[in-house]
Design a protein around this ligand. Structure first.
Ligand SMILES: Cc1ncc(C[n+]2csc(CCOP(=O)(O)OP(=O)(O)O)c2C)c(N)n1
Length: 567
């Protein structure tokens, strides 16, 4: 088939079963957009390229498929950077197609030229600059393969403008042939046997689950393992949903704003089994004192994770799709013994968690942020996807929203990107039209990509936005209150911007809640309505997210009582 490069891109997307792309046109990608027009390829026009990449990311996290976005050269491509970095640090599979200036103009500071490969190389799994149309189909095939296999991640394909226009005999490769990358990681069974042996000996075992279990789709094996042994389990922010909320021994999230029992259990356990976790600084507290009594076993697909942050006693490197079922099989015969050895410990941590749940001080007059999240969880089905922005509301959502399954809690974990939530929620809803999608955001975060409310309206994308409006950059004020002598430098918003009116002006329903008595009624009504809507809820400005492990402290040095209460 003799076609131009732009059409070759579209045909390749079809070959990869891509259902939809998110993007924004411009000079370097005009030929591609012409083919999108001619082929009627499903496309969502966001209001900003950052919206497009976060939407592709939200789509990928919610569906498990590869998210695709398109941007033009120069400023279009650089507007993707925050989203690419967000996806990269959380191992989210994306293919980002950017236009580049025409090959004769590359390297000449041409109009709208930016060195996209140079800029994105530290924040992608791989990237390509395509200067020859004959490479296009191979590159696309490889890009999808690399993004979606092994440890997933974003891949950038930067395509010169003349490549889109050049003609080629198109054929899509049936296979990829990459030296040094097979995408398959079957590990060493002997390591697994050693892990089983350690488990058999342990008296205080603890499982620590992360986003790797979500992205590998192994939560069923994971749950089987937990159920079989009754081992207590704690999760990272990215691992929420891998364990059912009601699971006995589920201690919830660990780390800086993790539960008391999760953090204490990490400090006291004698065996810590990390599965698909990076042990980043938000979960470890001071690293050298993380799990000081434990032998750490690390299950991960990526060898680069071993001993990166904490030193592990044993690592089981390989795809969790290989290791977790095998772990279940091999531990089954010892299940009773393992349970018996750790019976006292299990009772102890369960009691500890029961006595120290996530909690907050209720108020007769004020609506509390945590209460909004709790009530929303009660009023929504278990299948609802919760998306968050970044800040206090994000941590409260992690603590108080009951997440019943993987891919049901979508948040920027590693990069902590404010402005992520709204476009990601949009992508999640497009990927999962049958599921309800609720966004929890702050009055700071929502303004960072608020333009995407207009996209929700234009395409009638049914996302419910709940703005937890505390009139401050809450997480910043919390740090300033605790560690900077209450000097609230540049963190008091009290903005004159009317978020409800912004929503209405952009074409979606908006309503404000000031009175406590209105909360349930309006939440219920809004959640039941069809179409996108925003609720702006007024909450106090001095609430702290607790517990909190201050930077440089051990996990058992959590602050439990509100500093604000002492003011
Ligand atoms: C793009 C970006 N800029 C700055 C920050 C630093 N930061 C983290 S939380 C936060 C405050 C968030 O405020 P808001 O969205 O109102 O949420 P709240 O903490 O009040 O719930 C800031 C500024 C960030 N995470 N991302």
């Amino acid at each position: 088939m003799r076609i131009n490069g732009a059409r070759a891109v579209i045909e390749s997307l079809k070959n990869e079963d891509v259902e939809i792309v998110f993007g924004y046109p411009g000079g370097a990608v005009l030929t591609l957009y012409d083919e999108i027009y001619k082929t009627k390829f499903p496309h969502i026009l966001t209001k900003h390229e950052q919206g497009a990449v976060h939407a592709a990311d939200g789509y990928a996290r919610a569906t498990g498929k590869i998210g695709v976005c398109i941007a033009t050269s120069g400023p279009g491509a650089t507007n993707l950077i925050t989203g690419i970095a967000t996806a990269n640090i959380d191992s989210i599979p994306l293919v980002c197609i950017t236009g580049q200036v025409a090959t004769p103009f590359i390297g000449r500071d041409s109009f709208q030229e930016a060195d996209v490969c140079g800029i994105t190389s530290p924040i992608t799994k791989h990237n390509y600059l395509v200067r020859d149309v004959r490479e296009l189909s191979r590159v696309l095939k490889e890009a999808f393969f690399i993004a979606g296999t092994g440890r997933p991640g974003p891949v950038v394909i930067d395509i010169a403008k003349d490549v889109f226009a050049a003609e080629v005999d198109y054929e899509y490769p049936a296979e990829v042939n990459l030296r040094g990358y097979s995408g398959k990681y079957i590990g060493n069974e002997k390591d697994l046997d050693k892990a089983v042996k350690l488990l058999k000996q342990a008296e205080k075992p603890l499982v620590f689950v992360g986003g790797g279990v979500v992205s590998s789709g192994t939560y069923i094996s994971f749950r089987e393992f937990i159920n079989m042994l009754g081992i207590p389990v704690t999760s990272t922010l990215m691992g929420l949903g891998c364990v059912e909320p009601e699971q006995k021994g589920n201690l919830g999230m660990a780390g800086m704003h993790g539960s008391y029992a999760a953090n204490m259990a990490i400090m006291q356990c004698d065996l810590l089994i990390g599965i698909g976790v990076r042990f980043d600084d938000r979960v470890t507290g001071i690293m050298k004192e993380f799990a000081p009594k434990a032998k750490i076993i690390q299950f991960d697909i990526d060898y680069a994770e071993v001993n990166k942050n904490v030193v592990s006693y044993l690592s089981v490197i390989g795809d969790l799709r290989w290791s977790l079922p095998l772990l279940c099989k091999k531990t089954k015969i010892y299940a009773e013994k393992i349970k018996k050895n750790s019976a006292q410990w299990i009772d102890y941590v369960i009691k500890m968690h029961k006595n120290n749940p996530f909690s907050y001080k209720k108020s007769d007059n004020h609506i509390m942020a945590q209460e909004i999240i709790e009530k929303t969880a009660e009023l929504t089905e278990n299948d609802t996807i919760a998306v968050t922005d970044v800040g206090q509301h994000q941590m409260w959502a992690a603590q108080f929203f009951k997440v019943y399954g993987p891919r049901h809690f979508i948040t920027s974990g590693g990069l902590g990107t404010m402005g992520y939530g709204l476009p990601a929620a949009m992508g999640a809803k497009i990927g999962c039209p049958d599921k309800a999608v609720v966004l929890f955001t702050g009055d700071g975060s929502i303004m960072m990509n608020c333009q995407e409310m207009a996209t929700l309206a234009d395409y009638d994308i049914n996302v419910k936005i709940i703005v937890i409006h505390n009139h401050v950059l809450g997480m910043v004020t919390q740090w300033q209150r605790m560690f900077y002598g209450k000097r609230y430098s540049q963190s008091i918003l009290n903005s004159k911007a009317d978020i409800v009116k912004i929503a209405q002006a952009m074409g979606i329903k908006g309503i404000r809640i000031d009175e406590k008595t209105d909360l349930i009624k309006i939440l219920k009504q809004t959640l039941a309505q069809q179409g996108p809507a925003l609720i702006d809820v007024n909450v106090p400005d001095t609430e702290d997210v607790l517990p909190m492990v201050p930077g440089g402290k051990r996990l058992d040095q959590m602050i439990m009582e509100s500093e604000a209460a002492n003011k």
